[in-house]
Ligand binder design. Structure first.
Ligand SMILES: [Fe+2]
Ligand SMILES: [Fe+2]
Length: 286
């Protein structure tokens, strides 16, 4: 097994980029495919609230961390704040097409409310679980360029940029947890993080599935066509959810660390892919 720590030479670099401003995106921006579009739209709707939660949850443990980890937490926060800004812009394209996302917002509120009244360490564990999801989804997205085939270029660039930064900071919530629970036994750590992951995973899959179905309903696609289409897209072709299953399950193995899989090569590849679509900062409004 590879080293179970964040690589010593990793640099987390917030890239302040903007995508998709000043344009009107087509309704089915992803390959003119309503199912694929709904899959990504449903995910994007969750990010602003979700990433705000991640930032608060990790920041709560920043004090007292070693200087290197504290610096990584700060870079993580900067990256997530910019992701939120870009997903707010992306989601505006979604609502501009007439989609009502209020039910999807409710799903997110309900999921985040599960941690109300729970100790801060539970919010950190939920963040760590969701950061694992974003890291392995990002890996799958960048490892197989076919996922974004036919996507509107600015949208594809935004997803690649976000995915690259998710890979880059994938160890931050985990390392924060390792530091925060340094006095816990291995068994207690494992039980806690595993229980939180199981709850989080169920909410994550059910929430995104229902969100996709709801957006498809607004396209007039319902019943078996919506359900089989969504399941086929997620599990068969291109099969993003099927592809992440092994990496998801590795979370429960002893010695798990996000950087057991060093996939930094995907970051460099994504950067060269999205570079051409980046909008010059002066040319766009916030
Ligand atoms: Fe993010
Ligand atoms: Fe993240």
């Amino acid at each position: 097994m590879a080293k179970a720590t964040t690589p010593a030479d990793l640099t987390i670099t917030p890239r302040d980029l903007r995508f998709g401003r000043g344009m009107r995106r087509t309704r089915w921006w992803m390959n003119d495919d309503p199912v694929a579009t709904a899959f990504y739209n449903a995910l994007s709707i969750t990010f602003p609230k979700g990433e705000g939660f991640f930032v608060d949850s990790v920041r709560a443990f920043r004090d007292g961390t070693p200087p290197l980890l504290a610096a990584e937490i700060n870079a993580f926060i900067k990256q997530e704040v910019m992701h939120t800004r870009e997903h707010v812009a992306f989601n505006r394209h979604v609502t501009d097409q007439g989609y009502d996302v209020s039910l999807l917002d409710i799903h997110v509120d309900e999921a985040l409310a599960l941690t109300d009244g729970k100790p801060a360490i539970a919010r950190l564990a939920a963040t760590m679980a969701l950061e694992h999801f974003t890291a392995i989804l990002a890996h799958a997205l960048l490892a197989d360029p076919r996922h974004l085939d036919g996507a509107e270029p600015q949208a594809a660039a935004m997803w690649r940029w976000h995915a690259a930064e998710e890979i880059e900071h994938k160890g931050v919530a985990y390392d924060t947890w390792l530091h925060a629970t340094r006095d816990w036994s291995r068994t207690r750590r494992w039980l806690f993080k595993s229980m939180v992951m199981l709850t989080t995973a169920r909410k994550f899959f059910v929430g995104r599935y229902l969100g996709t179905i709801e957006l498809l309903r607004q396209d007039g696609i319902t019943g078996p066509r919506a359900h089989l289409g969504t399941l086929g897209y997620a599990l068969v072709r291109p099969g993003m959810v099927r592809k992440i299953f092994g990496a998801w399950a590795s979370y429960f193995l002893p010695g798990f660390h996000p950087w057991n899989s060093d996939d930094r090569a995907l970051i460099a590849r994504a950067e060269s892919d999205y570079a051409a679509a980046v909008l010059p900062r002066a040319a766009v409004a916030a």
